[in-house]
Design a protein around this ligand. Sequence first.
Ligand SMILES: Cc1cc2nc3c(=O)[nH]c(=O)nc-3n(C[C@H](O)[C@H](O)[C@H](O)COP(=O)(O)O)c2cc1C
Length: 185
Amino acid sequence: MSAGGADTRTFRDVAGLLAGGVAIVTMEAKGEVRAMTANAVASLSLDPMLMLFCPAKKSRFSGYLADMRQFTLNFLREEQEQLSSYFAGGWRQSAPPPFRFVPSQAGPRLEGSLASMGCEVERVSEGGDHWIVTGRVITMHRGVEPYRPLVFFAGKYRSIDVSAGSPAPDLTQVLDEPPHVFYPH
Ligand SMILES: Cc1cc2nc3c(=O)[nH]c(=O)nc-3n(C[C@H](O)[C@H](O)[C@H](O)COP(=O)(O)O)c2cc1C
């Protein structure tokens, strides 16, 4: 399928060049825990504290959105790659990888993840063939160190060297003068 000269294959490939973390979204619906792997996850607002994730409209998970009042975003560690594949429905072995859900203020949370954010559903909005689920953060949990995230980039799981890196600017010290932008003629 194409839209204005861009095809969906190219869209997937180019969008995949934006590296990101991987989360398992957990919730309880009709007395059962539901979980889904997602990388369309973002922090949206600081005041109020809002997070968002985007489940495909055709996913089974989306079938429970009408009853969902709370959800938890569980950020995965690099060694939790198997859980990402398992909760994406891509697990081909008979025995599931080991995992455990533990109760928290916002429903079940995945034990052992890098960090978790429990949210109350604020809004479900249209996003093409996905829903945009916005949640107000009501509880946060930081796992034990070391913090080594699972990264999804160009269709593959990766890990990063967290010992390297350079500091991002301190945005509490923003200059009044905007940056100068030059366009080539
Ligand atoms: C790394 C990774 C990231 C994913 N991110 C999303 C996402 O953000 N939104 C989504 O709808 N599906 C995403 N998926 C696919 C879903 O996890 C998959 O379709 C899942 O099986 C849906 O489950 P359900 O239909 O049982 O609810 C992702 C899969 C992987 C492996």
